[in-house]
Design a protein around this ligand. Sequence first.
Ligand code: BG6
Length: 490
Amino acid sequence: MKFNKDFLWGTALAANQVEGAYLSGGKGLSVADVIAVKNNDGERLISYIIDGELKRERALFYKGTEMQSEFICEEGVYYPSHEGIDFYHRYKEDITLLAEMGVNCLRISISWSRIFPNGDDDEPNEEGLVFYDNLFSELLKNNIEPLVTLSHYEMPLTLVNKYDGWINRKVINFFEKFALTVMERYKSKVKYWLTFNEINAIRSIPFNAAGLKEVNPQTIAVATHNQFIASASVVRKSKLINQDFQVGMMIAYAASYAATCSPEDQLEQQKMSNILDFYCEVQSNGRYPKQKLYEYKKMGIDLVITQEEEKILREGCVDFISLSYYHSSVISATPREMVTGNVSIGEQNPYLKVSDWGWTIDPVGLRISLNRLYSKFQKPLFVVENGLGAYDSFHEDAEIEDDYRISYINDHLLEINKAIEEDGIEVLGYTSWGGIDLVSVSTGEMEKRYGFIYVDKDNNGNGTLNRFKKKSFYWYKEIIKSNGEKLNSQ
Ligand code: BG6
């Protein structure tokens, strides 16, 4: 079992899911701050005012509201991001634990509204900048390389209420200003950057991912295009700040299988793969696939791509492709029994088990995904999210025996290893999702836990917030220490 000696072993967090302190230190509200915990119907709701009337809409598979809507926090509603796991105040303690576990990389996002509270401010908020200065210094002091996501479902809410989110071209400039401000500030501390978390998530969570009000194929296409331009422009300009920066794209990837060998099912599956390829083609190769432009035209989507934008895309190709991978999916022309998943749904796979939340567990699918991405795009890959959301049973005086999590991560790492050793794929590193328990995006729950480190907090916000090491903490420590040699291949 060999991993490169420079392999980055780590875990991943996102500001809005851990920091809390949602209005401290000059931070403004972000889209994450107005998404309530799931209700009895399993829905996370967002509240908005329109024509003086209060209305609500679900955030997951959000269908949109109206252009005049103004999103707000409602009195008496529990918003899990407001406290998160209080990482804002406890990051030193958390980094000490991560260092003890031996990680040499931490993926973390910068909360945009901590730096530009409204998104359109003239000057950045110094207090916010200082927070990340201290955070990155603390990481480096502990020999942990930061991998920073610039936009992880946490755009300033003002950019939604006042500018209608990523549908508005002005947001490109606001994002660019934010990105270049932090890249300049942290140029000597951070080398690895990701522009947008799960660039394809806009299809299923367009509120979280792009602050959209109206949701239809036209607005999705334009907002996606604006993010592409923003990303490419930042990649291009970032190299003037520090030519050693490595800037990647990030996609939510799920290997997909046709339900049967019927040509109709195969065709559907191929369409699904083409959708994922589209994002990589634009961000990695710097151009729209011709078929996508044809599809847009046929659908009556009006997307103007100027010559200047074509140039930005060409010159702003990413250095590497990163992905989140949680499950695979089964695609058929006539879908029957469906299962849920990370920003996607598909059919049940009779060969595979599912997690407590119904996500299909498929380590080999990760190897398939890495093969597909590498053979098509020939860029180094980075697995920046992967993990098992599961219930843990907690007693203060006994260790949490999370063998299910150990086995999930073990098996996915084995497949990464095969992709490297047997298939010749370049993989820069692995940052498991949520190494410290955090707030779930799809449900807002705390009890959907991914961590090696338990956080004492429940779905209603009760608990001491104290941290406890799980069995997987010691296991991951051994794996990292042995550079993967201790993985169990039986
Ligand atoms: C990814 C996101 O979609 O999946 C993370 O980038 C998220 O932010 C993760 O937390 C797991 O999803 P969930 O719904 O279990 O939190």
